[in-house]
Design a protein around this ligand. Structure first.
Ligand code: 5RP
Length: 267
């Protein structure tokens, strides 16, 4: 791996633990003003000290994150669809690579839609980004999007998506947790992080999800709604960090969540 690429990746996946807690706040690119992300800057600002990286679009980065913020940026560079449009899978690259460089990002991210009619288009976009990324030493994160057309989140399907992403040169892959998740990780020769998905019933469920993913080989999470839609987002991200970086058992991390809530006067 080129020095620049390895260096940027090490800003995201921390060499001390080999793990990462990425904060995903890119949802507006197809969902509009998602609940609790209506004013992105207000949601993001208090969480910056606890995130290993921030995943977002250039629009939210420019308008809602201070340029002096000391954390790596994973820039979403795919889009062009909306939740009310005909197909979420019909994504293209939306951001010039030059702009990613100008924004001093540590990685670029795009979604691939394997198994949809737009599979080829999104996989070719991934290849194009990898070519540019190799030229400039910038890692590419491939997001194995499921989209509203594909309900499938089983190990067979996600293994296929992750492996294809790695074969095309993604430096790391983001996918969903599923039963037999270790098979997804085994078949993918680059690091895997998981998305949190829609808000779960309880915060213990979120910690359990992170714990299960880590214990089955994920290097971390790229989580959004289960952190910032929490009534206690700082306590939530701190507890997720304990699971990811310190291998804390779920009950211990949950105790930390409760303590952090009290300490912040958020009870
Ligand atoms: C959408 C994304 C989101 O960043 C991803 O889903 C992570 O957020 P959440 O934990 O809320 O699911 O990549 O394609």
């Amino acid at each position: 791996m080129h020095w620049g690429l390895a260096n940027r990746l090490s800003r995201i996946i921390k060499p001390t633990t080999g793990r990462t807690v990425m904060l995903a706040v890119d949802h507006g690119y197809f969902l509009g003003p998602t609940r609790k992300l209506e004013v992105p800057g207000e949601t993001i600002r208090p969480l910056i000290p606890y995130a290993d990286a921030l995943m977002l679009t250039r629009g939210v980065l420019r308008t809602s994150v201070d340029a002096t913020a000391d954390l790596p940026i994973v820039l979403r560079v795919s889009g062009g669809t909306s939740i009310i449009g005909p197909s979420l899978a019909d994504e293209v690259i939306t951001t010039a690579f030059e702009d990613a460089i100008r924004l001093n990002v540590s990685a670029v991210a795009l979604s691939i839609f394997v198994g949809t009619e737009h599979e080829r288009q999104t996989l070719l976009s991934l290849s194009e980004l990898v070519n540019e990324g190799q030229r400039y030493g910038i890692p590419v994160l491939a997001v194995t999007a499921v989209g509203k057309e594909l309900g499938k989140r089983d190990a067979r399907f996600l293994s296929l998506c992750c492996r294809i992403a790695a074969e095309l040169g993604a430096s790391f892959v983001k996918t969903y947790y599923c039963e037999d998740f270790e098979k997804v990780v085994e078949g993918c020769p680059v690091p895997v992080v998981i998305a949190g998905g829609p808000k779960l019933d309880t915060f213990k469920d979120t910690l359990q999800l992170a714990h299960d993913a880590i214990s089955r080989g994920a290097v971390g999470v790229d989580m959004g709604r289960n952190i910032w839609q929490s009534d206690h987002p700082i306590a939530a991200i701190r507890a997720v960090r304990a699971v990811v970086h310190e291998n804390s058992p779920v009950d211990e991390a949950y105790d930390l969540f409760e303590q952090a809530k009290s300490a912040e006067g958020q009870t």
